[in-house]
Design a binder for this molecule. Structure first.
Ligand SMILES: [Zn+2]
Length: 270
C-alpha cells in the first residue's frame, strides 16, 4: 500500500521564509505530526554562499546585481530558522458549529462517523464530512473534490465552515469586527492566547500557526478586555441551539480565504 502524501502549492515565498518553513516541517515529520509532503514553491532570485566559497566567487567581487535578497555568510541555516510549533488552524476543524441550512439553528460538522481518527491534523482538511442538526434532523454529506487522483483540501479560515460553506454559529461583533470560532475548544485556545500574551509579553512566538493568522486587532493588547468578553459571548452561544438563539452576526460576511491549493494522495479510499 502506498503511503499518504500531501502536495501543497505555496506559490512564491521569500527564500528565508521558505527555508524556515521547510526546516520546521522536517521536525514535524520526524515527530510524525504531518504526513509526507511535497511542497512546490518559487522564490525570488537569491544567491547563497558559505564559508568555503572562494572570496573571488562572492557577490561583491563579481559585481553582480540581483533582485531579491541575499542570504548566507558562512551560515545558511540558523539565521533564517524559526520554529513553527504552533497549533495549526486545521486542528480546530474537527468539530465545527454552523448555522443549520434548514432551520437556522445550531448544526455540527464533523468527519463522517465511522472513519478512523485522522492520523495527522492535516487529514481533517480532506476527510469526508457530515453536517447534522439535532434540532430539525437535517443531514448533509461532503466529500473532497478529486484532481489528478488526489483529494483537494479545503482552506480553513474566515467566518464560514470550510466544507459546506455555512456561516459559523459562533460569531459575535467585537470592537467593530467579527469574532468567530469553530467550537468551544477553539474559543478556549483563543482565550488562552489573548490572556497569556499580556502576562508574558513575547512569550508566544508570533509564528505559531493558528495564532500567527489572527488579525492584528486581536493581537494588540488594546482590546484585550473586549475580546475576552466576546469569547465569553461565544461560549454562551455554544450552549444554545435554537434558531432564535442565532447570533445576529452569524451570517455570511464574504471573507472566504484563498484556496489552499493542497492535494492529498491517499494510500486508499475513505
Ligand atoms: Zn436544523
Amino acid at each position: 500500500m502506498v503511503g499518504d502524501i500531501e502536495r501543497i502549492d505555496l506559490g512564491e515565498v521569500p527564500y528565508g521564509e521558505a527555508v524556515g518553513r521547510m526546516t520546521g516541517r522536517v521536525g514535524q515529520r520526524r515527530a510524525d505530526e504531518i504526513p509526507d509532503r511535497l511542497a512546490l514553491l518559487t522564490h525570488p532570485p537569491v544567491i547563497t554562499y558559505s564559508a568555503r566559497t572562494p572570496p573571488g566567487a562572492k557577490l561583491a567581487s563579481i559585481g553582480m546585481r540581483i533582485r531579491g535578497g541575499v542570504t548566507g555568510s558562512g551560515d545558511t541555516g540558523d539565521s533564517v530558522r524559526h520554529r513553527d510549533d504552533g497549533v495549526p488552524l486545521e486542528r480546530f476543524t474537527g468539530r465545527v458549529l454552523v448555522v443549520c441550512p434548514r432551520c437556522g439553528g445550531r448544526a455540527v460538522v464533523v468527519p463522517r462517523p465511522g472513519l478512523p481518527a485522522p492520523r495527522y491534523a492535516t487529514e481533517l482538511l480532506f476527510q469526508p464530512r457530515r453536517l447534522a442538526c439535532p434540532g430539525c434532523g437535517a443531514v448533509a454529506e461532503w466529500v473532497a473534490a478529486m484532481r489528478d487522483n488526489a483529494l483537494v483540501g479545503v482552506a480553513p479560515g474566515g467566518t464560514e465552515d470550510p466544507f459546506f460553506r455555512r456561516p459559523l454559529w459562533l460569531q459575535t461583533r467585537c470592537v467593530g469586527h467579527i469574532l468567530w470560532a469553530y467550537d468551544e475548544v477553539h474559543v478556549d485556545a483563543l482565550a488562552a492566547y489573548v490572556g497569556a500574551r499580556l502576562r508574558e509579553r513575547g512569550g508566544l512566538s508570533p509564528t505559531r500557526a493558528m495564532v500567527a493568522r489572527l488579525p492584528a486587532w486581536m493581537k494588540t493588547s488594546e482590546h484585550r478586555a473586549e475580546i475576552l468578553a466576546g469569547l465569553q459571548t461565544l461560549r454562551g452561544l455554544a450552549e444554545r441551539s435554537a434558531p432564535a438563539d442565532r447570533s445576529d452576526a452569524a451570517h455570511e460576511h464574504g471573507d472566504r480565504p484563498r484556496p489552499y491549493r493542497s492535494l492529498y494522495f491517499r494510500g486508499g479510499p475513505y
